[in-house]
Design a binder for this molecule. Structure first.
Ligand SMILES: NC(=O)c1ccc[n+]([C@@H]2O[C@H](COP(=O)([O-])OP(=O)(O)OC[C@H]3O[C@@H](n4cnc5c(N)ncnc54)[C@H](OP(=O)(O)O)[C@@H]3O)[C@@H](O)[C@H]2O)c1
Length: 336
């Protein structure tokens, strides 16, 4: 079977290889992958920026979807022919995160989805929503589950709430779609006016270019008539967190997800205290979260936004596009 693997850190070292089709153990399923998708983390993983101690070679990508091609002894959740996606953290079934559950993730340290066949524990996969294609299903495990949890898990986003999203990448565009289905008002930032136009066509109510308007926090406050934003998903980290705090409403909620703009920020914490803010970190989610998301997608008949699709053989170009950040929503690799 075809796989892509890195034998040394660096995107130049992402190369196609021929591996034997893997065999099953009891309790496992074998999935013939039809499509995979990229997250920012996958680029960082391949470059050695995510985990310098990652064992190599590594087959990258956490997200993929396909058809169950064979089931191992004792498997009861799936049958051959089922359309499935893998879970980002295959051992995390339900309940709160635990160290050993959230460190054991596909695409590093575990082998990932950029392979024709992948073995998963039957507990670590979900059925795809029937209205989604394999390409669409492949976008869900990391970005969509994370976006879903930021809006539902510790603070439910309500109709009429204001949500602020940063950038137009995978997580933010999923959150935009979910928030509009929940009846919220969405403010979205981007470095690109073109991307902001596209976000507006997906339902974004207020658009801010964070390059031409570096005081986007003040602009967001103005949009809310100085009341502040109810719910914020912070993906920038170092260069956004202080501004997220500045534009949050008293009692507001800030989901901290990433560090696109660095992981350190010197700031005055008094605003967090005096405004009674809730700051919550996230690491994707459990299988139960994924299943709840799939139900929501089915109810609202939502389809993931995919800006770019590559053929399997062109996988490296997909990583390079992700690195340049020119996409909107998701980048997909189609295996056929
Ligand atoms: N903790 C978790 O569970 C979890 C899960 C998923 C993702 N994440 C993290 O969340 C972040 C976003 O992930 P993603 O998969 O959505 O990535 P993505 O698809 O690459 O999107 C990131 C977008 O953020 C914007 N951006 C880039 N640099 C920025 C900066 N310095 N300040 C503000 N915005 C910036 C860009 O949008 P424009 O081009 O529109 O400007 C870019 O396209 C990453 O840091 C990722 O590691 C965390």
């Amino acid at each position: 079977m075809r796989v892509f693997e890195i034998t040394a850190f660096g995107l130049d070292n992402l190369k196609v290889a021929d591996h034997p089709i893997p065999e099953l153990k009891p309790g496992q399923i074998r999935v013939r992958i039809h499509a995979a998708s990229l997250n920012f983390r996958d680029v960082a993983m391949c470059k050695g920026h995510y985990n310098r101690k990652q064992a190599l070679p590594l087959i990258p990508l956490a997200d993929g979807a396909g058809v169950v091609d064979k089931v191992g002894r004792g498997v009861s959740r799936f049958r051959e022919g089922d359309r499935v996606a893998g879970c980002f953290a295959p051992d995390w079934i339900d309940g709160p995160p635990e160290h050993k559950l959230i460190r054991n993730t596909l695409g590093g340290p575990l082998s990932g989805m950029l392979a024709d066949y992948v073995i998963l524990p039957e507990q670590g996969a979900v059925m795809l929503p029937s209205h989604l294609s394999y390409r669409e299903g492949a976008t869900l495990p990391c970005a969509a589950v994370t976006a879903w949890n930021t809006l539902t898990k510790y603070r439910q986003l309500k109709a009429g709430d204001t949500l602020l999203l940063q950038g137009t990448g995978g997580v933010s565009i999923f959150a935009l779609q979910f928030a509009k289905a929940m009846g919220a008002t969405v403010i979205i930032t981007s470095s690109s006016d073109e991307k902001l136009k596209e976000a507006a066509s997906l339902g974004a109510d207020h658009l801010i270019n964070y390059k031409t308007c570096p005081d986007w926090d003040q602009k967001a406050r103005k949009i809310t008539n100085k009341a502040g934003v109810d719910h914020i998903i912070d993906v920038g980290g170092g260069n956004t967190f202080e501004k997220s705090v500045n534009c949050a409403k008293v009692g507001g909620f800030i989901a901290v997800l990433g560090a696109m703009g660095g992981s350190e920020t010197p700031m005055n914490l008094l605003r967090v205290v005096m405004n009674n803010l809730t700051v919550q970190g996230f690491v994707v989610g459990s299988r139960a979260d994924f299943e709840a998301l799939n139900e929501f997608l089915g109810t609202h008949q939502l389809h993931p936004v995919i800006s770019d699709t590559f053929r399997f053989g062109d996988a490296r170009e997909a990583f390079e596009l992700m690195e340049r950040g020119e996409h909107l929503g998701k980048i997909v690799i189609d295996f056929h």
